[in-house]
Design a binder for this molecule. Structure first.
Ligand code: HEC
Ligand code: HEC
Length: 291
């Protein structure tokens, strides 16, 4: 039943949307990026904070620097398969310039102007700073190439019409912050990591019928798209952990009860363990400030 309703709503959106300018790509002007000094070491940290390898490394790979894709993501709209974003010029993104990269990551736009599915969490990455874009791009230039072809998504009509994603973007793609009462540099950093790079809400916040995040239930927990249990509510009242306990969990994977982080959170912890302690503390401060 849920699926039928979604299909109906989507069809209406399509009927209204396809003819409208809202579905046409509008590339941001990113000429300013060229004036920035890129740094690959900083880019490596951005790459981990953003968890790019968690989706784009082949499933189960030990070496997460080979971004040949292949991981499958089940959703209400079909199964998406992570593409090859290695440095191969034909099968990956080795032939892209930084402007194409920025449009993909922050706007969900392919070089040919088609829309990416929001299974690629660009709705969070929309907040990525210019400096982080150039740094991560340079870092990825140094990663290996793979000639594994990207696989087509298994998505049925009407969800296979990429133009309709323009309607979704008009509704949900914004770089507005969720928490606006930010009083310290630490909280500001935490907000950038949680709402932007870390895309924590993409898993921890429930979605409405069109797959948009329900802002009023920010981090309030959600069904696991894999069908395997629920992703926990991590609002402060539900979590009940101190800042130190949250920061520790992000470093070691141990909860205060000495359980170990499992499921898709395991990769998040592996990445956050590589960041400076100040970043984990900033994330903790942010989580505790959610009201
Ligand atoms: C939650 C999983 C996930 C994460 C995390 C993720 N991606 Fe993706 N990415 C995808 C999916 C799925 C697609 C395919 C989207 C489509 O085809 O519409 C994609 C597509 C892309 C593309 C377009 C590739 C092409 O061939 O057109 C680029 C570039 C990309 N991702 C880069 C990144 C970078 C850089 C990061 C980290 C900052 C990242 N991705 C993080 C899932 C993810
Ligand atoms: C790809 C999905 C995904 C993303 C992204 C994600 N999480 Fe999680 N998170 C989970 C899952 C699944 C669990 C439950 C882990 C378990 O069962 O051990 C979890 C558990 C947690 C817990 C422990 C909750 C508890 O009660 O045990 C915290 C804290 C947490 N996540 C914080 C974060 C933060 C902060 C971020 C962003 C930096 C984040 N998560 C990003 C999926 C995700």
């Amino acid at each position: 039943m849920k699926f039928v309703t979604q299909t109906l709503v989507l069809l209406i959106l399509l009927a209204v949307g396809v003819g409208f300018a809202v579905t046409l790509p509008q590339f941001d002007d990113t000429s300013d990026l060229l004036a920035l000094d890129a740094d690959a070491d900083r880019g490596e940290l951005v790459f981990h904070a953003a968890g790019c390898a968690s989706c784009h490394a082949p499933p189960g790979a030990d070496d997460k620097s080979l971004l040949s894709g292949g991981a499958r993501f089940i959703s209400d709209f079909g199964t998406f398969i992570a593409p090859n974003i290695s440095q191969d010029p034909d099968f990956g993104i080795g032939a892209w310039d930084v402007h194409m990269f920025a449009a993909a990551v922050r706007q969900g736009l392919a070089p040919d102007g088609s829309h990416y599915y929001p299974a690629f969490p660009y709705a969070s990455y929309a907040k990525m700073s210019d400096q982080d874009i150039v740094d991560i791009f340079l870092y990825m230039r140094g990663l290996p190439s793979s000639s594994t072809p990207s696989l087509a998504h298994e998505v049925a009509f009407p969800f296979n019409i990429r133009r309709a994603i323009g309607v979704w973007k008009a509704r949900y793609l914004t770089d507005d912050w969720i928490l606006d009462d930010i009083r310290t540099d630490q909280l500001e950093r935490g907000r950038y990591l949680v709402e932007g790079l870390g895309h924590c809400a993409e898993c921890h916040t429930p979605r409405d019928i069109l797959g948009g995040l329900v802002r009023s239930k920010w981090m309030g927990g959600a069904p696991n798209p894999s069908g395997d249990g629920r992703i926990p509510n991590i609002r402060p009242d539900a979590l009940g952990w101190s800042a130190l306990e949250i920061a520790d969990y992000l470093e070691t994977g141990f909860t205060p009860e000495f359980d170990v982080a499992g499921g898709s959170m395991k990769a998040v912890v592996e990445n956050y363990a590589k960041l400076p302690a100040s970043d984990r503390e900033a994330v903790a401060a942010y989580l505790l400030s959610i009201r």
